[in-house]
Ligand binder design. Structure first.
Ligand SMILES: C[S@@+](CC[C@H](N)C(=O)[O-])C[C@H]1O[C@@H](n2cnc3c(N)ncnc32)[C@H](O)[C@@H]1O
Length: 275
C-alpha cells in the first residue's frame, strides 16, 4: 500500500511487515531508501516532473493549471520534501523566494544539478520536516507534493512545524496518496481493484531487511485523521482536491494508472490556511 509514487527500491528489502515504527527508525530507513532510490526515481520520473515545473501528482495536475497557492509573486515559500526541487524552481520563476527542504542528500544532489542546468537556485536544505531548522513566522506559503507527510509517524510534529514557520494567514497545501488507496494492493492493474485490508488499520507499511530493521516506512491516516490533526495544529481546511484522471493520460506511475484513476481517486490535496 505504499504511497511512494516511484514504487519502493528493492535494495536490501527482505520482506514487508506491518508494525509500529517510531520517528528515529523511520528517519534512518527513509533517508537511506530515498538516497538509494534517487537515481532510479529521476531516471523514471524526471521527464514527467520537469526541471522547473510544479506537478502535484501522478494525475498530472500542475500548479500552473490549479493555482492552489494563488499568486506567489514576492512571497516567501517553503517546500517540504522537495526531492530535486522542480516545484521550488517553478515557484522561483513566478517571483517567489523559495527554500526547499528534504531528508535525502541523494535527492538534493539531483536538485543541485538541476539548479545548475536551469540557472534557477532555490535554497536547498537537508532536514527532517519534523524538526525544521528555520525561524518562526518566516514564510507566507508552505507546500508539499508527496514529500515528508506520508513518511513520518506523527502528523502533529510536521503540521506543528509548518504552523510555526508560517506567518498568520499563511497557506499550507500538501498532496498525499488518497487514503482510500490504502485498502487496495499496490497494483496498477485489475488486481488493484479488490479490497484486501481495512481502511481503519493504521499499522504502518514497513519493508524490513534481513536483520528485521526497517528499510522503508510509510504511514496511513484516514481523511478524518488528517482533518483532526490540521485543526489541532491550528489550520483551517479550505478545500480537499481529489484530482480526476484526465482523458488521454496514459502514464502509469507505480500503483497509479488510467484503469484505477477512472474509478477512484489516487491523490488527496489538502488546501489549508494557518489560523
Ligand atoms: C515522493 S518524493 C517527492 C519529491 C518531490 N516533491 C517530487 O514531486 O518529486 C518524497 C520526498 O520526501 C522526502 N522525505 C521523506 N521523509 C522526509 C522527512 N521526514 N523530512 C523531509 N523530507 C522527507 C524524500 O527524501 C523524498 O525526496
Amino acid at each position: 500500500m505504499t504511497a511512494q509514487p516511484s514504487g519502493t527500491t528493492s535494495a536490501g528489502v527482505a520482506r514487508v511487515a506491518h508494525r509500529a515504527v517510531g520517528s528515529a527508525e523511520a528517519e534512518a530507513a527513509n533517508r537511506a531508501s530515498w538516497d538509494a532510490d534517487a537515481d532510479d526515481y529521476h531516471a523514471e520520473h524526471g521527464d514527467f516532473l520537469g526541471d522547473a515545473d510544479f506537478v502535484w501528482c501522478p494525475e498530472g495536475l500542475t500548479e500552473q493549471a490549479a493555482r492552489l497557492l494563488e499568486d506567489v509573486d514576492g512571497t516567501d515559500v517553503l517546500e517540504i520534501g522537495c526531492g530535486s526541487a522542480p516545484c521550488a524552481r517553478w515557484l522561483l520563476t513566478r517571483g517567489a523566494r523559495v527554500v526547499g527542504v528534504d531528508l535525502s542528500e541523494g535527492m538534493l544532489t539531483h536538485g543541485v544539478a538541476a539548479n545548475a542546468r536551469t540557472g534557477l537556485h532555490p535554497a536547498l536544505l537537508r532536514a527532517n520536516a519534523e524538526r525544521l531548522p528555520l525561524a518562526d513566522s518566516g514564510f507566507d506559503v508552505a507546500c508539499s507534493a508527496f514529500g515528508a507527510v506520508p513518511f513520518v509517524p506523527s502528523l502533529d510534529a510536521v503540521f506543528g512545524e509548518v504552523h510555526r514557520v508560517l506567518r498568520p494567514g499563511g497557506r499550507w497545501v500538501f498532496a498525499v496518496t488518497h487514503p482510500m488507496r490504502w485498502i487496495f494492493p499496490d497494483d496498477p492493474g485489475p488486481a488493484g481493484l479488490t479490497v484486501t485490508q481495512s481502511y481503519f488499520d493504521r499499522t504502518p507499511y514497513v519493508e524490513v531487511d534481513d536483520a528485521d530493521s526497517a528499510s522503508y516506512v510509510e504511514y496511513h491516516r484516514t481523511l478524518g485523521d488528517y482533518i483532526r490533526a490540521l485543526r489541532a495544529a491550528g489550520f483551517t481546511l479550505d478545500d480537499l482536491i481529489e484530482p480526476e484522471w484526465p482523458d488521454g493520460h496514459t502514464r502509469v506511475w507505480g500503483q497509479w494508472s488510467p484503469l484505477r484513476g477512472k474509478l477512484f481517486p489516487g491523490t488527496a490535496i489538502f488546501r489549508c490556511r494557518r489560523d
